[in-house]
Design a protein around this ligand. Structure first.
Ligand SMILES: Cc1ncc(COP(=O)(O)O)c(C=O)c1O
Length: 360
């Protein structure tokens, strides 16, 4: 079977060049005498891979020395708890900007830890857009402001960072990290599960400004303390060595495509191919308002659920996989992460036009 057009929301498509490199190195990692999965996480060969991956992330994002790059486990979901456990102190408030389903989950966990203020929400509009700056009601001395740069389920994305008047900005960037240029210096903490734009599942990248990590609360478990992982360079316990190695290969692949500028232009083209189809007819209804449209997850509906099912069946028969919307919202969703080729987005756009012509 040939490789299909993979529109999965995550785990998601990886660059074929990266998979081929993994295949070439799998049985014997050059210089290692064994596969990367079989060697000690404290071996010289692995250490070089670990350092290289960190260096590539730092380079792509232009991180200053103020930031540390960590590789953790427990998914972005564990970060919903680790962020407040580490950054929200007794008597402080954390501000959250709510623009979709993942933000809801982040808020639920933060409330178990401390005081949360909902500084903006677009829930009453079915999360069809992100919040406008003038709607955001910040707490003047908040511990941090948290937002989700791309809501994977609803397909809405922030086009610029919210302004926080000096309060540290924390972002769940799980579904758009390294997909476009980012002004990393604006952030206190960036976290992302790897399985959409960076690599396989099982690693979470956390980028944190070290000065935000004050005294560790006495009862904070060692593994939940960012400082544990900063002090040990993410080697306190056994990390996902295989995943970190693949993230390094993906970062190099991004670098070869012109870094974040280059990959951003490509992602823009892919998204435009699909939004053009949505805009040129009344057959498809996009979920997101145009100003908040995600370049990573294009969410849309057809005239009926029956037609949506037929669309999915025919798309699958045409080797276009992973187009069902999230189970919470239904409809269709095309995920266009970094590694999805432009040809796949164009193939789907052609299929959408043809399907509408036949069934309109
Ligand atoms: C924006 C966002 N945040 C968090 C998560 C949860 O990530 P994980 O499964 O790594 O815990 C996802 C997963 O789809 C996501 O898209």
């Amino acid at each position: 079977m040939a490789r299909v057009h993979n529109f999965n929301a995550g785990p998601a498509v990886l660059p074929v060049e990266v998979l081929q490199q993994v295949q070439a190195d799998l049985v014997e990692m050059p210089g290692g005498g064994m596969s990367i999965m079989e060697m000690s996480h404290r071996s010289q060969t692995y250490e070089a891979v670990h350092e290289q991956t960190i260096a590539l992330i730092r380079e792509l994002l232009g991180l200053s020395d103020a930031y540390k790059v960590l590789f953790l486990q427990g998914g972005a979901s564990l970060q919903f708890s680790m962020v407040p456990l580490n950054l929200l102190r007794e008597g402080q408030t954390a501000d959250y900007l709510l623009t979709g389903g993942w933000g809801q989950k982040a808020i639920k966990e933060a409330k178990k830890v401390g005081k949360v203020h909902l500084a903006a929400s677009t829930e009453s509009e079915n999360f069809a857009r992100v919040a406008a700056q003038e709607e955001i009601q910040l707490t003047p001395d908040a511990a941090y402001v948290h937002f989700t740069s791309n809501e994977t389920i609803q397909g809405v994305q922030w086009m610029a960072e919210p302004e926080t008047n000096g309060v540290p900005l924390v972002v769940d960037a799980s579904s758009d990290i390294l997909s476009r240029p980012l002004d990393a210096g604006k952030y206190g903490l960036i976290y992302a599960g790897a399985q959409k734009n960076l690599g396989p599942s099982g690693v979470t990248v956390v980028i944190v400004r070290e000065d935000l990590l004050g005294d560790t609360p006495a009862n904070l478990p060692t593994m939940l303390d960012y400082k544990t992982h900063v002090k040990t360079n993410s080697l306190y316990n056994t990390p996902n060595t295989f995943g970190i190695y693949i993230i390094g290969l993906v970062c190099r692949w991004i670098q070869q495509r012109g870094g974040l500028e280059g990959i951003g232009r490509l992602n823009e083209q892919k998204a435009r191919a699909l939004y053009d189809v949505i805009d040129e007819s009344t057959y498809y209804r996009g979920h997101a308002q145009p100003s908040s449209r995600s370049r990573m997850n294009v969410t849309f509906r057809l005239p009926s659920e029956e037609l949506e099912k037929q669309f999915l069946r025919e798309a699958t028969a045409n080797e276009m996989i992973g187009l069902a919307g999230h189970r919470d919202v239904g409809g269709l969703r095309a995920s266009l992460y970094n590694a999805l080729p432009l040809e796949s987005a164009r193939a789907l756009a052609d299929f959408m036009r043809e399907f509408a012509r036949r069934n309109g």
